[in-house]
Design a protein around this ligand. Structure first.
Ligand SMILES: [Ca+2]
Ligand SMILES: [Ca+2]
Ligand SMILES: [Ca+2]
Length: 205
């Protein structure tokens, strides 16, 4: 699926690199031989068109201006390339197939290394968005029963538990999923859909 998404980009003529700091660049001179700096990353092949208004500027100047105006710009581009979309609550990728909490967390984390993770509820707008998609969120008490922690360590995240939750049902419910009525703790091995978030925060190991 990732391949299909990438194919729709204007970078389709290139092999898009595995997103990592290793390939970050501001100018082509930063890249190893055979790669060019496009949209902040060293990509294989010839430079092709860049998305949006950046086309009207020389490529490296456009990237510089983009980074200066918004330090999150490069990460946003990578996340958009990985299938994330912007909504009122942030940059998200909703996955409608079922996975265990751990597999969902791993799938989100490897979208853009160090910048994506299972969603952490930071605002009411983000809660509202996740309620339209449902599924696992990046919140668990796997380490210590009753001590709920989110996957990025972000402070003051929202935890709109459904009434009577978390109840640690059966003594083994350690991962949070969003249901229509709010958050519910469930067994981490159960399969649910999930929502990934891109905010530049790395998930905790
Ligand atoms: Ca968030
Ligand atoms: Ca629990
Ligand atoms: Ca429960």
């Amino acid at each position: 699926m990732r391949r299909l998404l990438l194919a729709s980009l204007t970078l389709a003529a290139c092999d898009f690199p595995t997103p990592s700091e290793q390939y970050a660049c501001r100018v082509t001179a930063d890249c190893e031989s055979g790669r060019v700096c496009t949209a902040g990353y060293c990509v294989v092949g010839q430079q092709t068109t860049m998305p949006d208004a950046a086309n009207t500027l020389p490529k490296d100047a456009a990237v510089d201006a983009m980074i200066d105006a918004d330090p999150f710009a490069v990460t946003r581009q990578q996340c958009l390339a990985a299938g994330y979309t912007q909504d009122a609550g942030g940059l998200h990728r909703a996955v409608m197939t079922n996975a265990s909490w751990l597999n969902a967390a791993a799938d989100c984390a490897n979208d853009v290394a160090g910048a994506t993770h299972l969603v952490v509820l930071s605002s009411q707008a983000e809660v509202d968005y996740v309620k339209t998609r449902l599924g696992w969120v990046g919140l668990s008490d796997r380490a210590t029963e009753g001590q709920w922690v989110n996957v990025t360590g972000e402070p003051n995240d929202l935890r709109p538990w459904d009434s009577g939750q978390p109840d640690n049902g059966g003594g083994n419910e350690n991962c949070a999923q969003m249901k229509v009525g709010g958050l519910d703790d469930d067994q981490c091995g159960n399969g649910h859909r999930y929502v990934c978030e891109c905010d530049g925060r790395p998930p905790m190991p």
